[in-house]
Design a protein around this ligand. Structure first.
Ligand code: GDP
Ligand code: GDP
Length: 454
């Protein structure tokens, strides 16, 4: 039930890896007016309101970098949800469900002066089901006299209420001490902060033309690398400027070094592929059009899909293609690569330089898709429309329904659908197809997660 990747047939093909160096995430959940914004401000050490509330405009989740006792983490304020037609109860419940998905720990804020309400109880039901640490924050305990009111919140069954005053800061330090102690060093949900040139991995089986492509792309002057063993430390990554934009080609040392390995060194090839993918944001998988698409090519593509990285397919050695082979190739692509028909394809020749410039827009498109965030309101409108027009087929007299959906992260776009039952693979495939029809996502894998509620 973890984040999984599905192929075009809606079949499970792998899990997404937790990203390296991602800060743990603390989500703040609660009814309106319990003091969530005040608490966020207090944690961030700010007095002024963090968010300008524009009436009528739904503020989607907002995250802020925070630090306590030398530990850095991200605070996610999920408080901007406006109650819709179904009312405040449903809105807060949705907010809580999303928060649980995207965080490493939850702060559930209750107004101790009001005491637990029906909405609070509803949220408690959701919070009890998660394995993640939940902190029950009894807010507005401005002085010791009000402590007993906080104690009354034991009745919620979420453990010890932490009495705080977000407004005056009372109790907040103790609360934060406990929270950071409960946080993992690395988030299980967040993606690392990315910056600088976008990172590209050139992948492919031996002899497809990876180093030729790298050399051609990098320009002749950069192609000269010292191959004398032991005299230089291999540069692991290379900065390459193409069409006025700098890219980081990751683990190019591996591409260059592999030349010295024996042919068929499969193990090293896939090891290299995996390490390069870990560092990359987008992969160019190079295929040799003068040969048939092989199992090894498909394994490499699968590794990219499993890693959740963006994908561009480069069909190299186009100069060797004759009409016969070309017809075969088209058939092979249809047969073997239909599961990645969303990946941009460029037909290149590393030898002649043909169409190398087309790699740049392909990479940019793939990365843009990979970065895409669809606001929750929009995504839900899409889901609602789709479900209305094409409900899930009846299965054994029952009909699993999609109650609600949200994009919990990007890089790659990752969605969670809250459903009343297991969705058929065919129906998941259908959803994914519609998602691509609507939003494109050219060049990016999509992760679709299901949460079944009894
Ligand atoms: P949110 O909508 O849940 O984010 O709640 P706000 O942070 O906007 O707070 C709602 C109201 O409660 C505001 O008028 C705050 O000044 C007040 N408030 C928030 N925290 C405290 C507190 O610790 N003590 C008191 N007395 N009032 C508070
Ligand atoms: P790598 O093992 O993937 O790095 O592949 P190389 O770049 O070492 O290329 C393997 C062989 O294919 C070399 O002999 C290259 O000259 C040749 N080659 C690479 N690209 C092309 C191309 O576009 N056209 C042709 N005809 N040969 C190519």
């Amino acid at each position: 039930d973890d984040s999984f990747l599905v192929n075009a047939d809606g079949e499970f093909i792998g899990f997404t890896e937790p990203a390296a160096e991602a800060l743990p995430v603390v989500a703040i959940v609660g009814r309106p007016n319990v003091g969530k914004s005040a608490l966020v401000n207090r944690i961030l050490g700010r007095r002024e309101a963090v968010v300008e509330d524009v009436p009528g405009v739904t503020r989607d989740r907002v995250s802020y970098p925070a630090e306590w006792a030398g530990k850095r983490f991200t605070v996610v304020d999920t408080g901007g949800w406006e109650p819709d037609a179904r009312g405040i109860d449903a809105a807060v419940a949705q907010q809580a469900e999303v928060a649980i998905e995207l965080c490493d720990a939850v702060m559930f804020v209750v107004d101790s002066r009001v005491g637990p309400t029906a909405t609070d109880e509803h949220v408690v039901g959701l919070l009890r089901r998660t394995q993640k640490p939940v902190f029950l924050v009894a807010n507005k305990v401005d002085d010791a006299v009000q402590e007993p009111e906080a104690a009354a919140l034991w009745s919620l069954g979420l453990g010890e209420p932490r009495p705080v005053s977000a407004l005056h800061g009372r109790g907040v330090a103790d609360l934060l001490d406990e929270i950071i102690a409960a946080l993992p060093d690395e988030s299980a949900v967040a993606q690392p902060k990315l910056g600088g040139p976008r990172r590209v991995a050139i992948l492919g089986r031996p002899n497809v033309g990876k180093s030729s492509l790298l050399n051609k792309a990098a320009g002749a002057e950069r192609a000269v690398v010292s191959d004398i063993a032991g005299t230089t430390r291999d540069p692991i990554d290379e900065q390459v400027e193409i069409a006025g934009r700098v890219w980081t080609f990751v683990d190019t040392a591996g591409i260059r070094r592999r030349v010295h390995l024996q042919k068929g060194a499969d193990f090293y090839a896939s090891l290299r592929t995996s390490t390069a993918l870990e560092k990359a944001e987008v992969a160019i998988v190079v295929l040799d059009v003068s040969e048939s698409i092989s199992d090894q090519d498909l394994r490499i593509i699968d590794l990219v899909l499993e890693s959740g990285r963006a994908l561009v397919l480069a069909f190299n050695k186009w100069d060797l293609l004759d009409d016969d082979r070309r017809r075969y190739l088209e058939r092979e692509i249809e047969q073997d690569l239909s599961h990645v028909d969303w990946a941009p394809r460029v037909n290149i020749s590393a030898r002649t330089g043909r169409h190398l410039e087309k790699l740049v827009p392909a990479l940019e498109t793939a990365l843009e898709s990979w970065d895409t965030r669809i606001p929750t309101a929009k995504f839900n409108a899409f889901v609602a429309e789709l479900v209305q027009a094409h409900p899930h087929p009846l299965r054994g007299g029952k009909q699993p329904r999609i109650l609600f959906g949200t994009q919990v992260q990007n890089r790659p776009p990752t969605f969670v659908l809250f459903t009343s039952g297991f969705l058929d693979p065919g129906y998941r495939r259908f959803i994914q197809r519609r998602l691509r029809e609507r939003y494109g996502f050219e060049g990016s894998p999509l992760v679709i997660n299901m949460r079944i509620r009894e």
